[in-house]
Design a protein around this ligand. Structure first.
Ligand code: SIN
Length: 290
């Protein structure tokens, strides 16, 4: 049976209906994959609460899973990251623009999150298209960025972050990696801006002042509202996003309410930049051609 895919914003995001993710046949799974590459983030409502095995098995259809270097997981399920914030929380996960774990040498390809408890108001997640961010830059700036690499670090993010949830990270080393500033999506061939304010600390081969100024400019540009879609969660909704061409921000505006769920990430490949003809670099509002 064909699924319905309804775009939610010009650059990014679609809602999928008619899907029971626990029971997709091969053809429907291909439709989901195709929709994800085209729309970058998918939202699926009206799902039952997924058992850990069911969520893990669905995610494994995309490929092997990724293991988070820092976050608390469900007992017996090291690949399942428990998202949780309540009145006692000192931090809430994802409360700053980022792409998941870009500090890894092979950052996650995609992430699947189901929220089980949602606040009465607030707790939305915003997603931004890094294709749109790249494609709206001037050609000289695109050419300049395509030659650059940047350091993605995580010590400043993860050290002690989950102590209040029982994670003791004494003696642990957190990852860092150098990635191209522009990465080519292996499925679509499109170029995406691949720096983010949470993990990217330095552009290589520039002076420290130049690096700071350029990163500030890119971070401001990436956060333009017209590149975004904003998702308002209901209980058991699922979001599935492609980390290779998006960033997201989970708003922590709901304290002291509780927000919780389960997140699974799929292992990705080392980001690479491949030169593409200039006509592939202009802003495309229509996603139907992918
Ligand atoms: C995250 O995975 O960064 C958190 C997303 C969310 O809680 O909405």
């Amino acid at each position: 049976m064909a699924l319905q895919v309804t775009p939610l914003a010009p650059c990014i995001g679609a809602e999928v209906s008619g899907a029971d993710l626990a029971r997709l046949d091969g053809d429907q799974f291909e439709q989901i994959q195709h929709a994800l590459w085209a729309h970058q983030v998918l939202f699926v409502r009206d799902q039952p609460k997924l058992e850990p095995e069911t969520q893990i098995n669905f995610a494994k259809r995309f490929g092997p899973l990724h293991f988070h270097p820092a976050a608390p997981h469900l007992d017996g399920y090291p690949e399942l990251f428990v998202i949780y914030a309540d009145e006692h929380s000192k931090v809430a996960n994802g409360n700053g623009w980022h792409t998941d774990v870009s500090c890894d040498e092979e950052p996650p390809l995609a992430t699947m999150l189901q929220l089980h408890t949602v606040p009465e108001t607030g707790g939305d997640t915003l997603f931004s298209s890094m294709y749109a961010a790249f494609e709206t830059l001037s050609e000289p700036m695109q050419n300049f960025l395509c030659e650059l690499t940047a350091l993605h670090d995580s010590e400043h993010i993860y050290r002690g972050r989950y102590a209040d949830r029982g994670v003791d990270d004494a003696g642990k080393r957190y990852p860092s990696a150098v990635h191209p500033v522009v990465r080519t999506h292996p499925e679509t061939g499109r170029q995406a801006l691949y720096v983010n304010p949470s993990f990217t600390t330095r552009i290589q081969n520039l002076s420290s002042d130049e690096s700071r100024a350029l990163l500030d400019l890119l971070f401001r540009h990436q956060q333009r509202a017209e590149f975004q879609v904003r998702f308002k969660w209901q209980e058991n909704d699922i979001a599935l996003w492609d980390n290779r061409c998006t960033q997201h921000l989970a708003l922590w505006d709901y304290w002291p309410q509780t927000r919780s769920g389960h997140r699974v990430t799929i292992k990705g490949e080392r980001p690479v930049y491949r030169a593409a003809p200039n006509e592939h670099r202009r802003m495309k509002l229509s996603r139907s051609s992918i």
